[in-house]
Design a protein around this ligand. Structure first.
Ligand code: E4P
Length: 220
């Protein structure tokens, strides 16, 4: 399973790189607003800086902020030529679906975001989205089962051999990642701190401490 990092922060991306687990980056307007950017030109430069940290097949999902169809097309086309690693992130709306269909016909890669139902996932795949981002944590937040949505989408996509990749998003804790890997989806996108939490286990710490204490007691 691929590990994307859900951030616009360059240090976090470098951290994921040094850890050896980086497969790509996803951003959204809220994440961008946390960085030191204050206008569209600075945002473009920031996207380029992120892309310059990536290599091989890794890509960056950069989200369009327009709702109007023509503006979505203009914005997506500009993003797609900004850097070859950019995947245009398009919200799951009526105009968003039309825009994904258009981008797909122009070989511009897309990530359909804000997916909360199987119907939305089905339509996004029909129009040729390269990725969909179902928001697991935000579904759990309103007392539904985010992971069950992932299972259902996987079943539908497998049945019809859709090429659209499922990118499990809105990850809140390590169990979300583990369960996504058991379901067998292509990728998750997670805050780096949740990736870190996969590494730690109290029994590992206790075990290591005992090994070192035993060693130091005997070995001079
Ligand atoms: C997806 O690509 C989004 O950026 C993200 O996963 C949303 O997560 P949140 O619900 O923690 O904001």
């Amino acid at each position: 399973m691929k590990f994307f990092i859900d951030t616009a922060n360059l240090k976090e991306i470098e951290d994921a790189r040094s850890l050896g687990i980086l497969d790509g980056v996803t951003t959204n307007p809220s994440l961008i607003s946390k960085e030191s950017v204050s206008n569209k030109e600075e945002i473009k430069d920031h996207y380029i800086s992120i892309c310059n940290l990536l290599k091989d097949e890794e890509n960056l999902s950069a989200e369009i902020i327009s709702n109007n169809y023509e503006e979505m097309i203009q914005e997506g086309e500009k993003l797609s030529i900004l850097h070859p690693r950019i995947v245009v992130k398009v919200p799951m709306t009526y105009n968003g679906i039309k825009a994904i269909k258009y981008f797909s016909s122009k070989n511009i890669r897309t990530n359909c975001t804000l997916i909360f139902s199987t119907g939305q996932a089905l339509v996004a795949a029909k129009v040729g989205a390269d990725y969909i981002s179902p928001f697991i944590g935000r579904i759990d937040d309103v007392s539904y089962d985010g992971l069950n949505l992932i299972k259902e989408i996987k079943k539908i996509y497998d049945s019809y051999h859709f090429k659209t990749k499922i990118l499990g998003a809105s990850i809140r804790h390590s169990l979300h990642i583990i369960e996504c890997s058991k379901i067998g989806i292509h990728a998750i996108t997670s805050p780096i701190k949740i990736i870190h939490s996969l590494i730690y286990h109290p029994l590992t710490n206790i075990g290591l401490e005992k090994f070192l204490t035993d060693y130091k007691r005997k070995i001079k």
